[in-house]
Design a protein around this ligand. Structure first.
Ligand SMILES: CC(C)(COP(=O)(O)OP(=O)(O)OC[C@H]1O[C@@H](n2cnc3c(N)ncnc32)[C@H](O)[C@@H]1OP(=O)(O)O)[C@@H](O)C(=O)NCCC(=O)NCCS
Length: 372
């Protein structure tokens, strides 16, 4: 079979999935048949995680049992705790997450991926981050609370006090919105690792590594940095035109699939307007200018605001420091990653594409003595 190389595998179908559909032409995201806006308004992260793993929304008893299992997964193993304590306080929290997830999952290295293991991993992500957040401030860790939901407990472990219902709701909505997104780079990474029949932890560690890059989940903290550099709405156009001359990419804009708008960005924009007006005032002006410039540069290839842009304003309003934006993305996406690993494992064929050789023609090695 012959095929042609497509940079970035654009347009190539890498898997069949029932987990989520990214409909770029119409700006739609669907999880297992449910439109994202409906889920974001009505569902807890726990209900959505169950949906991704099992294909249907949980009944009351199923949700109660999931809540119990998640609460039971909120304590780190002694080895994971030691690893976390051994890392320098100025380590990038994404590197902390990647390292500690690896150690936390070591005891399951011989097990096949399963829903209980997915729950185990999902329950541990907030604890890892909250413990590190407190440690780098010289504070004692806060013990998880089994009576709090996933979003509420994460905030509680970070801050040591219960957050307001409005902040908990906002974080919950963010977690629901980011939980899955088709064949994005980190999910593809997880599925490639799963296809070798490796363990769930290895898949998640690889996925965290892929998420870290600024072209993927590393963008929201860069959004804040870009807004800080722009400073004022009046400065936006001058700064941004200058930046494009230097080929600087506008953080929070552009997407491989969405050509109209990112439905998650739409919801987050409205949340940001309500929760973080000062961020919103500058950000909405920057958005207007960015879309104008991107349109002028490539009128044939529409670009839109992506999920990261207003996520930054929402996560800032929730009280997270910017280094915790990408790891909090992972707190959500671990549900999707693990669902994809389960789906891949259930109907597996090793993912092994081809490469097109563009190196030198076959040649004979010259012995070292004759190479000058
Ligand atoms: C998300 C992203 C990686 C998608 O990359 P992609 O699929 O290769 O993008 P496209 O093929 O649509 O890009 C086509 C053109 O638009 C430009 N473009 C895309 N996003 C841009 C951005 N944010 N700022 C400036 N130019 C951009 C590209 O440079 C390219 O132009 P060129 O051919 O003249 O170099 C890219 O848009 C990006 O880096 N965005 C900024 C980082 C970000 O917000 N990441 C979070 C993603 S959810």
């Amino acid at each position: 079979m012959t095929s042609t190389y497509v940079p970035g595998l654009e347009g190539i179908i890498g898997a069949q999935t029932a987990i989520s559909m990214v409909d770029g032409a119409n700006g739609r995201l669907v999880y297992q048949g449910y439109v994202i806006a409906d889920l974001a308004e009505q569902m807890s992260f726990e209900e959505v995680a169950f949906l991704l793993w099992k294909g249907q929304l949980p009944a009351r008893a199923e949700l109660d049992s999931l809540a119990l299992e998640l609460a039971g997964s909120r304590t780190l193993t002694p080895a994971a705790t030691k690893t976390l304590e051994a890392l320098p306080g100025d380590t990038d929290p994404m590197d902390v997450l990647r390292s500690v997830v690896s150690v936390q999952g070591v005891e399951h290295r011989l097990s096949r991926p399963s829903v209980p293991l997915a729950i185990h991993a999902t329950g541990s992500f907030p604890t890892i981050l909250a413990m590190f957040h407190r440690r780098r401030q010289g504070l004692e860790p806060v013990k998880p609370r089994s009576d709090l939901g996933h979003a509420a407990n994460y905030l509680y472990m970070l801050n040591g006090t219960e957050s307001s219902p409005a902040l908990i709701r906002a974080l919950n909505t963010y977690l629901v919105l980011l939980a899955d997104h088709g064949m994005n780079a980190s999910t593809f990474t997880a599925r490639v690792i799963a296809s070798t029949e490796s363990d769930l932890t290895s898949c998640l560690v690889g996925a965290v590594g892929a998420l870290k890059g600024p072209a993927h989940g590393g963008a929201p903290s860069a959004v804040i940095e870009q807004l800080e550099q722009i400073g004022t709405a009046e400065n936006a156009e001058r700064w941004m035109r200058e930046a494009r001359k230097r080929k600087v990419k506008f953080m929070g804009f552009g997407h491989r699939i969405y050509r109209v708008y990112d439905p998650r960005a739409k919801i987050l924009k409205e949340m940001c307007r309500q929760m973080n007006p000062s961020f919103y005032d500058l950000a909405s002006k920057v958005e207007e200018v960015a879309l104008q410039i991107l349109h002028e540069e490539h009128p044939e290839r529409p670009q839109s605001t992506n999920v990261e842009f207003y996520s930054a304003g929402v996560l800032q309003a929730i009280g997270l420091p910017k280094e915790f934006f990408s790891p909090t993305f992972a707190v959500s996406r671990v549900a999707g990653w693990s669902a994809h690993v389960l789906e891949q494992a259930a109907n597996n064929r090793i993912i092994r594409p081809q490469s097109e050789y563009i190196g030198p023609e076959p040649r004979k090695p010259v012995p070292l003595a004759n190479r000058g």
